[in-house]
Ligand binder design. Structure first.
Ligand code: CP
Ligand code: NVA
Length: 306
């Protein structure tokens, strides 16, 4: 049996594989915009398991799989045996005998790893507490569309040392760019959780303004991620100075882009004039989830296609 490839974290693929994915995503997007069919996954089924809420991830995977000619099964904790303590390995063994691909959004990374260990088919991380690789795949594709290669560029991360921050760090190590990280104290990134080998590709700044200085891309995320709601009040206080505003954008490169994975809270992690302003590419970023993930699903099921 050939080895099953999974996409559980950004570091699961090489720089060469990412170059292929970005090229395919552009090709697939162009066909979609021209109303041309691209259906390499006819008769294939994707199971989507959501243990946390979603708008973009659900719509982009579901619409994307239908456009590729396949179909989807949507499961949540509340409407499946997953919420009634069926062991994760049993669920993986059963579900992966009936579908061709599985996408999971859940809490601990260890849970998705365990599922993958017992799955006969590729498993995709649709967000865990630790990582959000599909989002960064789409974000870098979006950066390339607007500005060309991200190699050698600087990304400023302002806010929580969370799943998005960890994934940016992994991407910087693989694709050769720098991340300037500024988080409130107590919410720092942890290199061991981020799963990177060294601190060569990132630099920590106490002052978010300094992290943004000279950056080619400024990006942030919610102060309180899903699963951390009990910390909401403490986080609102701690993060008050980590709001991306026009002053931060003014010290970045004049052609710097602004990104946010969404959903966003205007007046908290970002001011409205930034997210709704001319440097923001958040709608392209959201749309590109679908095109990038179509390339990802094609790659996991068919390998590199010309
Ligand atoms: N960015 C993102 O993953 O959005 P959803 O939570 O809506 O899927
Ligand atoms: N960090 C956020 C991302 C949401 C898409 C969360 O985990 O809730």
């Amino acid at each position: 049996m050939t080895e099953v490839r999974h996409y559980l974290q950004f570091s699961d693929f090489t720089a060469d594989e990412y170059a292929h994915l970005f090229e395919r995503a552009a090709f697939i997007k162009k066909k979609f915009k021209a109303y041309e069919r691209h259906q390499p996954l006819v008769d294939r089924t994707l199971a989507m398991i959501f243990e946390k809420a979603s708008t973009r991830t659900r719509v982009s995977f579901e619409a994307g799989m239908y456009q590729l000619g396949g179909s989807v099964v949507h499961l949540t904790t509340g409407d499946s045996q997953l919420g009634r303590a069926e062991p994760i390995d049993d669920s993986a063994k059963v579900i992966s005998r009936m579908v061709d691909l599985v996408m999971i959004r859940t809490y601990e990374q260890t849970k998705i790893e365990k599922f993958a260990e017992h799955s006969r088919v590729p498993v995709i991380n649709g967000l865990t507490n630790e990582f959000h690789p599909c989002q960064i795949l789409a974000d870098i594709f979006t950066y390339i569309e607007h500005r060309g290669s991200i190699k050698g560029k600087t990304v400023a991360w302002v806010g929580d040392g969370n799943n998005m921050a960890n994934t940016w760090l992994q991407a910087s190590e693989i694709l050769g760019f720098k991340v300037h990280v500024s988080t409130p104290s107590g919410y720092e990134v942890d290199q061991s959780v981020a799963g990177i080998r060294s601190n060569d590709s990132y630099k920590v700044f106490k002052d978010p303004m300094e992290a943004c200085r000279g950056a080619d891309l400024v990006t942030t995320d919610v102060w309180t991620s899903m699963g951390y709601e009990a910390e909401n009040e403490a986080r609102r206080k701690a993060f008050a100075d980590w709001c991306v505003d026009s002053e931060m954008m003014a010290v970045a490169q004049p052609d710097a882009l602004f990104m946010h994975c969404l959903p966003a809270h205007r007046g908290e992690e970002v001011e409205a004039d930034v997210i709704d302003g001319p440097q923001s590419v958040v709608w392209d970023e959201a749309e590109n989830r679908m095109h990038a993930q179509k390339a990802l699903m094609e790659f996991l099921l068919l390998g590199k296609v010309a």
